[in-house]
Design a binder for this molecule. Structure first.
Ligand SMILES: Cc1cc2nc3c(=O)[nH]c(=O)nc-3n(C[C@H](O)[C@H](O)[C@H](O)COP(=O)(O)O)c2cc1C
Length: 369
């Protein structure tokens, strides 16, 4: 495989380019009998576009999901599911102008080296944030399967630039409030500050990064494989497929390095006949296997590479130093769009492991019409 697929039982293959005809996904391994409609996928796709033009790229695609295969009479059949959206608002002019000037921070240079100049550079081609639409479409199916087992994946914005959500937010607050504002932060006053920070950065021709936190509730203990296929390792792999992700930590994460064993270990207790831990520094995973506690991860996303501010680059034809100011349509901050993308990537990795653990019930049709 050339890197466009992920998973062993729930295999997700992404295809399409930013300025090509479509963005699509094939999901192979979804069990039969899941009720699935285009509306299920549409809801997730709509969440990907924050409703505030000042903090997103001027390229607004409607992204209408079309299911092309794998669903019959409203239920998944067990055959590969293909879902696509059309690219309708692409404008490639700006990319032709900077074709020989690789954008610092973007994948233009590395893609050119790897594909010998044959890659589709328009809009970043396969390296565009737009390809995350494929993850979101597959994530919609994964999340629906997970919900059948009461597993809930919830991501939210916890920092943008220097603006941090300092207080603890409850699961209910996140669920209720995160889509109430454009930056996907469950605290409305913090959300306002984040929005202002993004608008300010954009005015200065710059961009901001930030942190997304993700919680996965109700994962049964015992999910994950040893060594190379640990649950945390596979979640991290799926998350690193999201462009601009630069770091991931589970539970106490990097802070665990400065704690003592007695501080970092999560003591076990029996409560109402069930085993749980008093703390969750492990972030819900031990030895690559779920503990049954919430899985908690934080994801660092870098500032958008394409910025209007002048930067130094090289001219690949003349082999001279040059400068670039990227003036096309770009997100001044990736975080707001990335929140449902992060949820999707995590849901895809988790459902793959739940299927591998034999935990998804087989649905059998009771009557034959
Ligand atoms: C949802 C989303 C939207 C993005 N939007 C942009 C954008 O408008 N402009 C840009 O230069 N990069 C954008 N990116 C980031 C680039 O695609 C990414 O930085 C680039 O492919 C290089 O990959 P790397 O940062 O993982 O090394 C976006 C990423 C995501 C996930």
């Amino acid at each position: 495989m050339a890197g466009n697929s992920i998973g062993k039982e729930f295999i997700v293959t992404s295809f399409g380019e930013s300025h090509g005809k479509i963005i699509g996904v094939i999901i192979d391994g979804c069990p039969p009998g899941l009720q699935l409609s285009e509306a299920d996928i549409q809801t997730e796709l709509d969440n990907r576009i924050p409703p505030q033009p000042k903090i997103v790229s001027a390229r607004i695609e409607k992204d209408i999901a079309k299911i092309l295969s794998g669903v019959f009479n409203g239920f998944t059949t067990g055959a590969p599911i293909c879902v696509i959206v059309e690219n309708k608002e692409a404008d490639s002019a700006d990319y032709h102008k900077i074709k020989n000037l690789p954008r610092p921070g973007h994948a233009d240079y590395t893609a050119l080296i790897k594909y010998g100049g044959f890659g589709d550079f328009r809009g970043g081609g396969r390296f565009s944030g737009r390809v995350t639409v494929a993850l979101v479409m597959a994530g919609a199916v994964a999340k629906k399967l997970l919900r059948k087992h009461d597993v809930d994946v919830l991501a939210y914005t916890s920092a943008i630039g220097n603006v941090k959500l300092e207080r603890q937010v409850t699961y209910e607050e996140i669920r209720k409030n995160k889509y109430e504002n454009a930056v996907r932060c469950p605290d409305s006053s913090c959300a306002n500050e984040m929005e202002t920070a993004i608008i300010e950065a954009r005015k200065q021709g710059d961009s901001l990064g930030g942190i997304i936190e993700v919680l996965i509730m109700n994962v049964p203990p015992g999910v994950g494989e040893p060594l190379f296929d640990g649950l945390d390792a596979d979640i991290a792999k799926a998350l690193f497929a999201v462009p601009a992700v630069k770091g991931i930590e589970f539970g106490a994460g990097f802070k665990a390095a400065i704690l003592k064993g007695s501080e970092n270990n999560d003591d076990f207790r029996v409560r109402k006949g069930e085993i749980s831990t008093l703390t969750n520094n492990a972030g819900g995973v031990l030895g690559g296997i779920s503990t049954g506690m919430p899985i908690v991860a934080r994801i660092a996303i870098k500032p958008t590479p394409s910025i209007a501010k002048k930067q130094r680059t090289v001219n690949l034809v003349t082999m001279e130093n040059a400068s670039i100011s990227v003036n096309g349509r770009h997100d001044p901050c990736i975080i707001p769009k990335a929140v449902p993308v992060v949820e999707s990537a995590v849901a895809i990795a988790l459902i793959d492991h739940m299927l591998r653990a034999g935990l998804m019930q087989r649905i059998v049709k009771k009557e034959h019409e």
